[in-house]
Design a protein around this ligand. Sequence first.
Ligand SMILES: Nc1c(NC[C@H](O)[C@H](O)[C@H](O)CO)[nH]c(=O)[nH]c1=O
Ligand SMILES: CC(=O)[C@@H](O)COP(=O)(O)O
Length: 137
Amino acid sequence: MARILIVEARFYDHLNDMLVAGARAALAGHDVDVVTVPGALEVPGAIALAVESGRYDAYVAIGVVIRGETYHFEIVANESARGIMALTMDGVAIGNGILTTENEAQAIARADPAQLDKGGGAAKAALAMLELAQRLG
Ligand SMILES: Nc1c(NC[C@H](O)[C@H](O)[C@H](O)CO)[nH]c(=O)[nH]c1=O
Ligand SMILES: CC(=O)[C@@H](O)COP(=O)(O)O
């Protein structure tokens, strides 16, 4: 059994509820905690803090970034992904379930566990990276 932390950027409650449900289903049998941050830009920092705590074996990043009117979409989408990638390159087992979509319909299709289940996919990716780290470590 692994100790998994879900770090969710709760910007859209109804979408996050689906993503977290999918992630939890994929993490059945493991010890799962969930923490919430304001938005996707805060997710990498929250994971970095949790890594420092030494309490968890792997992490699942959850969130939804939907394009608005300004360049802020690129900043939030790209920089949250960049921060998560930097952590993975440091050997942290993370699955990235932060959706970056053009509209809500695209987000719903990807958040819904009965459709594309990106939350479950991110959880499975985190477990796969943890298993790889244990095998190679
Ligand atoms: N527009 C979205 C955001 N924006 C907020 C930022 O992530 C951040 O919390 C803020 O800039 C304060 O540092 N976040 C999302 O997760 N999704 C969005 O669509
Ligand atoms: C992804 C975003 O930051 C977006 O929700 C913000 O919308 P806007 O660009 O219209 O301020």
